[in-house]
Design a binder for this molecule. Sequence first.
Ligand SMILES: [Mn+2]
Length: 285
Amino acid sequence: MIRIGGGDRALFASDVHLDDRHPATAEHFFDALAHVSADATHLFLLGDLFEYWVGDDQPGATVDAAIALLHALSAGGVAVYVMRGNRDFLLDRGTPAHAGTGFASRSGAQMLPDPTLVELFETPTLLLHGDSLCTADRAYQNFRELARTARWQDAFLHHSLAERIEQAHALREQSERSKAGKRPEWMNVTADAVSAAALTHGAHTLIHGHTHRPACHRAPTNAGELVRWVLPDWYAPDEAADPESDPSQRGGFLQVSAQGWETIGVWPGLAGVAANTGIAAARRS
Ligand SMILES: [Mn+2]
């Protein structure tokens, strides 16, 4: 088990959705990461670092920049862990033509199974992307199960790069269309899935992303208080999905050290966090 304690300083982030079509969001994240990672010992990226991933031969300036930055961090002694999300679930699965040159070896990151239990300053903490907790969305859970089989993945990865990119765009459009017909509560975690995950793994704290509803939830359970951190998604000014209702930028890290649990960056919706504070520490809990 990964144990973090003593003089360690761990950073958690998710849902950057890196994509060449959103260069300002990529720059916002890269700047923030370079700024906060100076004395970090561990970096956990909990899924959907990329908007989509069609195989480890995926081209793009943003992909190259992300790999270079993670490689520099890991070469500098930071333990970098990357979990697959629902968008980039094919990360480091290779392609028939790219065996041995996968995402993990190129970035220096270690791939993290979903979920993973870690010991975080003596608190058993379960790390997840978060999509597995959204159990009210049956159609998505069926697709998730299918797309995680070796058979589905092998079949997908055997297509040419151009065909895979085309299929990824089609899948994304299909997902956007089906979202329109889904109830809002289907897009969030269920209480049953959260408590089952905590109980199964003996976790007192959960950290996940995916829902784009940054928060720190505290709920009493039979086994004591369960704390659930929901990490923010990232975007830069002018690249928000819904500029009308969203602040001009968002994205941030949860930082855990001997000094405590702290949010860094813009966590809209979390009490006490000022919007647009850039990357300055915003709240200590
Ligand atoms: Mn996600």
